[in-house]
Design a protein around this ligand. Structure first.
Ligand code: BAL
Ligand code: ZN
Length: 876
């Protein structure tokens, strides 16, 4: 396949300042008329051919300035339209007629039907499946859209921008016209048509303008959209307060559809959502679902400024809008909920998804320089690490200068398609700093590591940190340059209070941050009479790994006393990880793992510490996941031994704290009406993690069964079901609960996804067969991305012992299924296939079998560009 390269970017010869689209909707033969104002760019020769992108189109006719072109005047294939000799005039009108079949579109890119609703997904390159166009983000156009359909099939007709006109036509047909005054790239185009229920709201902006809000859902599900509407209003308010950003159209609409490749899409004025991230009530959604809905509603809304008003020059700049918008939604959630808890959750996600990506064959810079298939770059690196890079800019510049930089960014680039260089420049301009070294965070892949050791010289009253940075090699980048790493830190005294110093040398230390810029720094703090414990990378100020030569003593001390909540969690988590890795090695050596008694004691103390938020305690008590442990071990992975180590530690903690855990569990019962707020969710989280521990003790399965039966909300019900299915698999209690859950939610696809997910996650060798059986369940559909991700995605990416079954059967099922999904939906298949990205870290037996599964996929003929790209890079 073709490799797209950043250095090959050049502006298009032609622009499209205006686009008028006319849709006559029909499931099998939708007629699209596009009237494009084409403008030759200043300085381009009149002989330059006009070449438009297409993808699988049927071309019915072409006209220029009202004259129909004859066959020899153009070359139209399904994938391209070339007009070799366009008119000499600088501007002309190109009229294109195409026909498409939304009902046969199973790739869910372009215009398709989901549940009898017409909808679109155009990012990144789906617009070319609707009409021929310069389908690239630097072509900004003002759109007017007319939609026509039978009224009974599609009473609702939506597109971007503001409504202009609507009316009835003969034969029961009707139409609507929409106009979006803001020039936008084609990837932000959207159309929705169908019969949908509406939840209406309104928002008054900071300058007093009234915006009509609408959330459209499957009829009958309106009451499930209330939380999303509330989250939308809070997002609009927050963006005004935190960034001075006001909404700019008369209407803002959100539509929930049930077949969607992504989580949601930020089309201008018409966000389209995976219904999983809109619909919620206590009966059907968990607290995690509520939090995701809030975050994704916010994320898509925030794109209106970071993504839509200022978009990307080309797809290499994807992080310009995604990293920044993730940063913004993280800040929003931190303000709406608990900042410390939110930060811990973010870091867990980053480590679980981005670190393995950065440390494996699919590693790429936050701003890649090459791609074969852009769909495969909607990654944790672009999104999550991209957000961390923005956070570091704020850490380095401070909140006021950062805000000034953002203000300048909006002022300077509004209405433009910008680059990462533009973004960095505003911060250089407002701060007067040189961010050239810092910019490596965008350009260089890999997770930097800092090795840190400390010494204290009591006589000289001097405390010294020896810090050394390294960046491991990544594919096609063997030599790395030295990075600028902002390392937040604290010196903690024996009384838990900060230790002060009189002077520091060896690095710039600024407002609690050591600026690492060289390979080695010897940072000397003078005037330090007592040896402090050192708390490093506070708040996770940089997305790095740390190798700290720190005494377990200090680690225990920090886990109990660090005044920085994130670092306290980190210290305890490091203790747990170290213990789990040691246990893994003991198990491989044929020994029973043993754990220090004080580790279980500390877990008990954290659980019962009323000074800490319940949500924080729940996170602290959540043991590192099996994949996290595998990542930290790095090679020779035997998932069964990791599982055994983790179970053993959980059991040790449960046994040591049985009475305290039971008492606390009992005291946390939900009283009063359900509320999805963060504090209530935190209490449920703590109670459910305690259930998880207690379920390992005698009587545990009865306790879980009672928890399941007594549950009055989905959070508790799903938690109990997972405990029964995962820890007591095959018992009557587990089977009964699974059957009861299935019966209760038989007709609710989104809830049944949880049922698929829980069963796909059952540890052990038998799950592969269960997954095969569930694929034949009437509620399962290989064509629906949510079903596929729940069953196959969970099995392959969240079930270490099941997927990595020693005989390779999990990989075989996986490869078969990925290829089956790929026939319909290459994008979803390619995403699934990334589950094998860490295959080289497995022990040799599994490694060979995983490799074989990848080779089996690679040798299939006519593999989609999406899947081929992932499989070949994974094997490279
Ligand atoms: N732009 C794709 C979906 C999202 O990141 O919001
Ligand atoms: Zn986004």
């Amino acid at each position: 396949g073709h490799v797209f390269k950043l250095e090959d970017y050049r502006p298009s010869d032609y622009l499209i300042p205006r686009t008028s689209l006319d849709f006559r909707l029909s499931p099998d033969a939708t007629h699209v008329t596009a009237l494009l104002t084409i403008e030759r760019r200043e300085g381009v020769a009149a002989t330059a051919p006009l070449v438009l992108d297409g993808d699988g189109l049927t071309l019915l006719g072409v006209a220029i300035d009202g004259h129909v072109l004859q066959a020899g005047d153009y070359d139209g294939t399904p994938d391209r339209l070339t007009i070799p000799k366009p008119p000499a005039a600088q501007r002309f009108e190109l009229r294109l007629e195409t026909e498409i079949a939304p009902s046969r579109n199973e790739a869910l890119m372009g215009l398709y039907r989901s549940n009898n609703v017409y909808c679109t997904q155009c990012e990144a390159e789906g617009f070319r499946r609707i009409t021929y166009f310069l389908d690239r983000p630097d072509i900004l156009s003002v759109y007017t859209v007319r939609i026509e359909a039978p009224h009974n099939e599609a009473p609702l007709l939506l597109s971007n921008g503001n409504p202009v006109e609507r009316g009835a036509l003969a034969n029961g047909r009707h139409y609507a016209i929409w106009h979006d005054p803001f020039p936008k790239p084609s990837y932000l185009f959207a159309l929705v048509a169908g019969a949908l229920g509406k939840v209406a709201g309104s928002f008054t902006t900071m300058s007093g303008r009234e915006v009509e809000l609408g959330i459209y859902v499957e009829p009958g599900k309106e009451r499930l959209a209330g939380y999303a509407m509330d989250a939308l209003k809070r997002s609009m308010k927050w963006d005004e307060e935190a960034f001075g950003r006001e909404y700019d159209l008369d209407v803002f609409n959100i539509v929930a559809v049930s077949d969607f490749n992504m989580g949601a899409m930020e089309n201008k004025g018409l966000n389209v959502f995976n219904d999983k991230y809109v619909l919620a009530d206590e009966e059907t959604a968990t607290d995690a679902d509520f939090a995701n809905i809030e975050a994704i509603i916010a994320h898509e809304y925030f794109h209106n400024w970071t993504g839509n008003r200022i978009t990307c020059r080309d797809w290499f700049q994807l992080c310009l809008k995604e990293g920044l918008t993730v940063y913004r939604d993280h800040e929003f959630s931190a303000d709406q909920r608990s900042r410390a808890v939110k930060r811990i959750a973010e870091v867990r996600t980053l480590r679980a998804h981005q670190f393995p990506e950065d440390q494996g064959p699919l590693a790429h810079p936050v701003r890649p320089r090459r791609y074969r298939e852009i769909n495969n770059f909607y990654t944790a690196t672009v999104y999550e690490k991209g957000s961390e890079v923005v956070r570091m800019i704020r850490t380095i510049l401070g909140p006021e200068t950062f805000r000034a930089g953002m203000d300048l960014y909006f002022e300077r680039h509004d209405g433009e398609a910008a680059t990462i260089e533009d973004f960095l420049k505003v911060f250089e301009d407002v701060s007067g700093r040189d961010l050239a070294q810092f910019a490596l965070w965008y350009h260089q892949a890999g997770t930097p590591n800092l090795t840190v050791s400390s010494t204290h010289n009591a006589a000289a009253r001097e405390f010294t940190l020896e810090i050394e940075q390294s960046v491991p090699p990544t594919p096609s980048e063997s030599r790395k340059r030295l990075m600028h790493i902002p390392l937040a830190f604290g010196l903690v005294g024996a009384d838990g209070k900060p230790v002060t110093w009189t002077a520091v040398e060896g690095a710039t230390v600024d407002d609690g941050v050591i600026h690492i810029r060289k390979r080695r720094h010897t940072v000397r703090f003078s005037g330090v009479s007592e040896r402090p414990s050192v708390s490093l990378n506070r708040g996770f100020s940089a997305p790095i790994t740390l190798s700290v030569q720190q005494k377990a003593e200090d680690q225990f001390f920090l886990a109990a006393h660090d005044s920085d909540a994130f670092s306290r969690w980190q210290a305890f988590n490091t203790l747990l990880t170290d213990a789990l890795i040691a246990a893994f090695r003991q198990i491989l050596g044929g020994k029973e793992p043993v754990f220090a008694a004080r580790l279980a004691e500390l877990a008990g103390r954290i659980a019962g510490d009323e000074a800490l938020e319940p949500a924080y305690r729940a996170l602290a008590l959540t043991l590192p996941g099996e994949a996290d442990i595998a990542r930290d071990i790095g090679k020779g992975i035997d998932p069964d031994a990791i599982f055994a180590a983790r179970e053993a530690l959980a059991r040790t903690i449960a046994e040591a704290n049985r009475d305290a855990f039971l008492a606390l569990y009992g005291s946390l019962v939900d009283k009063g009406a359900f509320s999805p707020d963060a504090a209530s969710a935190g209490r449920r989280a703590l109670r459910n993690i305690l259930l998880d521990y207690l379920s390992l003790l005698p009587g545990g399965s009865d306790l879980a069964a009672r928890h399941f039966a007594a549950a009055t909300n989905m959070t508790d019900r799903a938690a109990a079901l997972a405990v029964l299915a995962h820890r007591h698999s095959g018992t009557a209690g587990a089977e009964e609960a699974l059957a009861a859950f299935e019966a209760r939610y038989r007709s609710d696809a989104l809830v049944l996804d949880k049922w698929f997910q829980i069963q796909a996650g059952v540890p052990g060798p038998r799950t592969v067969d269960k997954v095969r059986t569930l694929m034949r369940h009437p509620a399962f559909s290989i064509a629906n991305p949510n079903r596929v991700r729940s069953l196959i995605g969970t099995f392959s990416s969240a079930n270490q012992t099941g997927f990595h079954r020693a005989d390779g059967e999990g990989y075989r099922l996986f490869a078969e299924t990925v290829l089956e999904v790929e026939k319909r939906n290459p994008q979803v298949a390619a995403r699934l296939a990334t589950a094998l990205r860490s295959w080289r870290s497995l022990e040799p037996g599994r490694q060979a079998k995983a490799k074989q599964a990848l080779l089996d996929m690679a040798k299939v003929e006519n593999l989609s560009a999406d899947l081929r790209d992932i499989v070949e890079r994974t094997l490279a």
